[in-house]
Design a protein around this ligand. Sequence first.
Ligand code: MLT
Length: 265
Amino acid sequence: MQQLIDTSRGPFSVHDAGQGQPLVLLHGFPLDHTMWTPQIARFSVTHRVVAIDLRGFGQSPPRAGVATMSEMAADVAAVIEALELGRVVLCGLSMGGYVAFAFQEQRRDLLRGLILCDTRAVADAPEAAKARRVTAERVLKEGTSFLADSMLPKLFAEKTALTHPELVDNTRQVIERANREGVAAAARGMADRKDFTQDLAMIEVPTLVIVGESDAISPAAEMTSIAHRLPRAELRVIPNAGHMAPLENPASVNGAIEEFLNQLP
Ligand code: MLT
């Protein structure tokens, strides 16, 4: 059920469904919880699935300025505490993964397991960070349509765009209705994010690393290297999928998540 909940860090919109061990889902940029629809459908049968709209996305109110990954991680902890979920498996895609890296640094006490999906451990190079800040200004002036045009070809594998154009259309709608202030604040926050590469060897929580074989944003080779550096990680490369693997090949992604959840202590 979709609801606006009160937390110590303000109101957040969450989709909360099912019962059992909690699985918390964090979406990518500039999306919302609806990107997890196939995972919500599958795992709410066996788990309590909480798909959060991060600050400024979906129905969660924005805050002007910069939304850092650390602040978003603190927001996620506030949601977990407000819903009294206890220890959770936290699954983040791309920007959601950046937030998950910050979360494990802040609140390892709240983690049973981590799922890093199509994400990166490195920070932005200076040029990329600068480009994000320019994007933030442009979004505030013009809205998000130009972002949909530039991002969609990178989000989905070419094959998915041909065989499932409805996925691309739905995602375009999500990007076009995204809140300008929320998108700008998160773009600035990503530009400022910490590089976690040197921390990977110290992340001892059981982790599943998932990547679409044709991911153009967080390539499979880069995610393979993340998985190799993490002490307790398993890697699943998802066939017939790009950056939006959970939407593009839900059967394969759900199978990987199910196996991971079943073997957690
Ligand atoms: C995302 O999917 O969240 C974005 O591609 C992340 C990014 O722009 O680095």
